[in-house]
Design a protein around this ligand. Structure first.
Ligand SMILES: Nc1ncnc2c1ncn2[C@@H]1O[C@H](COP(=O)(O)OP(=O)(O)OP(=O)(O)O)[C@@H](O)[C@H]1O
Ligand SMILES: [Mg+2]
Length: 241
């Protein structure tokens, strides 16, 4: 049985797909057979970010409608595979998704679901109960409060969540509404699993360029992946994130 992670947020545009791609690359680099599933019906993007957009013919809706799983699996690199989201909305139903999630859980070491933003949680209950939700927020009061709302609602459904702070900048952190990382954790009432720096290298992901393994953002993703696998990895000094 693999491990399932579901990436969520309250507000849109906080970096869920970037985090999904960065973590997927990291888990695969660490040697885990990793599948990332784009759940953003109508607005898919991971095929572009992971550079397989030109190959895509079939998507998740085809699997849910009876095609073999492998028919819509695209290999990104060794150990890393993507199932793209449908380009139309309304094609993912909770029952078929639950069966699909169980099947892929048996086929891959790690499965990452990249969900759309917002508080429509109708599909979350389809994932196995031991899935871990990763709620992404910026280091600002609005998105952290939304992350807290999301995690509260997930908790009511019996689902566990953790916090990932994205687009962190040490210099800006001094000027923003939070004085430091502890403030963010206090406000979100959520266990923090990692901080991803604001980085131009990650902006290039939108054109399929995955940052180098030794770059700051990829090092941050590797740290998060290791923590999610149960390793005790300390947070670097905030100036060095
Ligand atoms: N750490 C980062 N540093 C720099 N740019 C980033 C970072 N994270 C995300 N971005 C940029 O922010 C934009 C939004 O990111 P992304 O698409 O991952 O967000 P999202 O939460 O998945 O959005 P949506 O809610 O629409 O699904 C993209 O242009 C992306 O390149
Ligand atoms: Mg997205």
């Amino acid at each position: 049985m693999g491990k399932i992670f579901a990436v969520t947020s309250g507000k849109g545009g906080v970096g869920k797909s970037t985090v999904s791609a960065g973590l997927a690359v990291s888990f695969s680099t660490l040697g885990y057979k990793t599948l990332v599933v784009d759940m953003d019906e109508g607005l898919r993007c991971l095929d572009l970010m992971l550079g397989v957009d030109k190959q895509v013919v079939l998507d998740l809706s085809d699997i849910l409608n009876g095609r073999e799983i492998n028919d819509a699996v695209y290999e990104v690199k060794q150990n890393l595979f993507l199932i793209p989201a449908p380009q139309k909305i309304g094609l993912i139903d909770a029952f078929s998704l639950a069966n699909f999630a169980n099947d892929v859980n048996n086929l891959y070491d790690i499965v990452i679901f990249d969900f759309p933003a917002g508080i429509d949680f109708s599909l979350y209950g389809s994932l196995p109960k031991d899935s871990l939700f990763l709620t992404v927020a910026f280091p600002d009061a609005v998105t952290v409060r939304d992350a807290a709302v999301v995690s509260g609602l997930l908790g009511e459904m019996g689902l566990s969540s953790r916090l990932i702070i994205n687009r962190f900048e040490y210099k800006l952190s001094k000027k923003r509404s939070f004085k430091g990382i502890d403030d963010i954790i206090d406000e979100a009432y959520l266990q923090l699993v990692g901080i991803v720096p604001n980085s131009d290298e990650l902006k290039n992901l939108s054109s399929g360029k995955i940052p180098k393994q030794k770059s700051k953002p990829m090092k941050a993703f590797i740290r998060i992946a290791k923590r999610l696998l149960g390793e005790n990895i300390l947070l670097p000094k905030v100036k060095k994130i």
